[in-house]
Design a protein around this ligand. Structure first.
Ligand SMILES: C[S@@+](CC[C@H](N)C(=O)[O-])C[C@H]1O[C@@H](n2cnc3c(N)ncnc32)[C@H](O)[C@@H]1O
Length: 290
């Protein structure tokens, strides 16, 4: 019987990779690791092969071996491939019920704890922030529902992603109307400026958010995070890689810090022992007491 792992390693047309294709696939993994710092060897093969096939067809290469040659000699195609392997779909207040839980459960709990313990800084993190929609949504939520906390605490929201182009767009902060469809009209008016068919993020949100390139597989460059939101980033990774990422986030969180994952994601491996569930449908977890 075929194992799940073997089934995953099939190309999109369902047949098994030939020896030469498997070799080209390994070559592409090495190139992507060198170019983008992404160790796709531990991402799910099926997802990767599907995306590689899309790029291969778009480039006109007849097969994986030809495509590998192209990727090795053409830096633009290399960048396109790295981009294709990291999907950047997002929008403001994506999965509104999760933001409802953040507004009514998580942020009040964090702020109450801070008031109790006399903390001075509030630090949130959108890991895998794509073009910044999630990080700005957190900023907006704080501005609208915790203005007094912003006055009391030195507040920073980090938005990190592996993809430089996404970070560039995040810093520009210009979005199509469709990206703001879950933002109530009064908030849109207050925190954005309409520029033609697009909306630009205003200064109130910008001053809270800092964007930075970071590969989630690398050590986290900051700590004492009160809330880490890492949604729709783990789905493409193998269980062992998810575990590695979640342990890294765990280390960056403050004692009893919160973690929010995407709707189809969950804890992996040993991380089930170090996080406790807070709101299972919304994938909210909290660092366990030691
Ligand atoms: C589908 S988007 C999710 C955006 C946002 N978190 C959301 O849920 O709407 C996934 C993002 O993860 C980023 N990503 C993928 N692999 C990454 C890695 N190893 N390190 C950092 N970011 C990564 C991609 O570049 C992409 O912008």
């Amino acid at each position: 019987m075929q194992t799940e792992r073997q089934a995953e390693r099939r190309p999109p047309d369902g047949r098994s990779l030939t020896g030469a294709e498997a070799q080209a696939y390994r070559g592409l993994r090495d190139v992507v690791l060198a170019a983008g710092g992404i160790d796709i060897g531990r991402y799910k093969d099926r997802c990767l092969l599907r995306r590689i096939a899309v790029r291969q067809r778009a480039s006109g290469a007849a097969d994986l071996r030809t495509y590998l040659k192209l990727v090795k000699r053409d830096p633009l195609e290399r960048a396109q491939l790295v981009k294709a392997l990291t999907v950047h779909v997002s929008q403001f207040f994506r999965n509104p019920s999760t933001f409802h839980a953040l507004q009514h459960e998580v942020l009040p709990a964090i702020l109450a704890e801070k008031d109790r313990t006399g903390g001075r800084a509030l630090r949130l993190w959108s890991a895998g922030c794509a073009c910044g929609e999630e990080a700005y949504s957190l900023a907006l939520l704080l501005c609208e529902t915790a203005q007094d906390a912003l006055e009391r605490y030195s507040t920073t929201i980090y938005g990190t992603d592996i993809e430089p182009e996404c970070l560039h767009a995040a810093r520009e902060g210009r979005y199509p109307a469709s990206s703001l469809k879950s933002v109530p009209a009064s908030w849109r008016q207050r925190y954005f400026t309409a520029a033609g068919v697009q909306y630009t993020v205003g200064p109130e949100l910008r001053r809270l958010v800092h964007f930075k390139r970071h590969n989630i597989l690398d050590p986290v460059p900051f700590g004492r995070i009160d809330l880490a939101v890492c949604r729709n980033v783990l789905i493409y990774m193998s269980d062992s890689l998810q575990e590695q990422v979640l342990l890294g986030i765990h280390a960056a969180l403050s004692a009893r810090g919160y973690l929010v994952l995407g709707k189809v994601e969950g804890l992996a491996g040993a991380t089930r022992n170090v996080f406790e569930p807070v709101n299972v449908p919304e994938r909210v977890y909290r660092k366990r007491e030691r």
